[in-house]
Design a protein around this ligand. Structure first.
Ligand SMILES: Nc1ncnc2c1ncn2[C@@H]1O[C@H](COP(=O)(O)OP(=O)(O)O)[C@@H](O)[C@H]1O
Ligand code: SF4
Ligand SMILES: [Mg+2]
Length: 325
């Protein structure tokens, strides 16, 4: 990989952006009594980039819209979803048709739920996927090589999903992404329920993929797991990104972090100050015109209730806050 240093959206980068999202918003069209149509906004003003060779962790609490972001990138949103904004992949517009063409090939999802595996299909067939007859032998060979790498015994090939342990299922899902030779891998909450050893292993697979040149988006609520392997951390809150920090910014008292919420998350960790963050993340219908973190922020000024600042560059990272420069 070249050591070419470029500036993308104000954040230090060593490699090209594979995926760029600009000002994305996502709403659901809902029908209430009397067939009145309403729009429920779940993601707004979201901008981010995923770069080759890097792991970008998208960290946010439950219900903040992380899985919907993954589904929007892959083009698997429900039919009542309305998606707006710009998405580019390899510098070309990523349309719904393009997403369908690339999904499972260049774009891969490692889903949180093991229900993504077909319960009636043998593991090997699911990992290999549909492939022309003349390529079947080659794919089988490759699948065996990947299974050996991920410590999956040959008998796993003929098993059904219900016969696998949690750790094996996780490794099968990772193998599916690896065999697809995807360039962009989105792992949605891959860590809950894993013991320490499996957690470490799972995280190291993502590092391998990034080291092999993939762009990896790791979606998680677990900031500690994210800090172990990621290059950058995007702080996701109530449907948008408040900060993109480099992993090295998370140290000491959090003085290198830019947004009050990121600092509060860092200080809430048991090994730091173990200080809980007061209040709750606003629900979709509680969002106002001002800063989305206004109610919980100890640094707010009157100005902050008037509008929500855009992402701006500060010290090699990105932040949405009026009081940081
Ligand atoms: N099909 C849908 N229709 C309406 N609202 C939805 C739909 N799917 C998800 N949501 C809303 O979007 C919010 C974010 O969902 P999700 O992306 O699953 O959050 P996360 O992955 O961060 O836990 C949920 O709290 C839910 O209220
Ligand atoms: S814009 Fe204002 S309210 Fe929002 S995080 Fe910054 S200081 Fe706090
Ligand atoms: Mg989710």
């Amino acid at each position: 990989m070249g050591e070419k240093t470029e500036i993308y959206s104000g954040i230090r980068q060593k490699t090209e952006a594979l995926l760029k999202i600009k000002d994305m918003s996502l709403s659901f069209i809902q029908y209430t009594s009397g067939l009145r149509q309403t729009e429920l906004k779940v993601i707004s003003g979201l901008s981010m980039e995923a770069h080759k060779g890097e792991i970008l962790a998208v960290v946010g609490s439950s219900g903040s819209g992380k899985s919907l972001l993954a589904h929007a990138i892959l083009g698997i949103l429900p039919s009542n979803a309305k998606l707006e904004g710009k998405m580019e992949y390899c510098a070309c517009t990523l349309t719904q048709e393009k997403k369908e063409e690339l999904r499972g090939k260049e774009l891969a999802l490692i889903p949180q739920s093991t229900t993504y595996l077909d319960p009636l299909m043998r593991i090997s067939d699911q990992v290999i996927g549909s492939v022309e007859e003349e390529n079947e032998g080659l794919r089988k060979k490759l699948q065996r090589k990947i299974f050996r790498k991920y410590d999956l015994k040959p008998e796993v090939e003929r098993m059904f999903p219900h016969e696998l342990s949690g750790g094996m299922t996780r490794r099968v899902l990772v193998s599916t992404a690896v065999i697809s030779s995807a360039k962009l891998i989105i792992a949605d909450e891959p860590t809950p329920g894993l013991d320490d050893k499996t957690l470490k292993e799972t995280l190291s697979y993502f590092r391998d993929m990034a080291n092999n040149g993939c762009a990896v988006i790791l979606i998680t609520h677990d900031i500690e797991a994210a800090l172990k392997i990621s290059d950058k951390i995007a702080i996701f809150y109530a449907g948008t990104i408040l900060e993109v920090a480099n992993v090295e910014d998370f140290k000491n008292d959090g003085e290198y972090l830019r947004h009050p919420y990121t600092r509060a998350l860092w200080n809430a960790l048991p090994q730091n100050k173990f200080q809980a963050i007061k209040g709750h993340q606003p629900m979709q219908d509680e969002v106002t015109d001002g800063c989305i973190f206004y109610e919980r922020c100890s640094k707010k000024s009157e100005f902050c209730s008037k509008g929500f600042p855009n992402l701006k560059r500060v010290n090699g990272g990105l932040v949405r806050c009026n009081n940081v420069s």
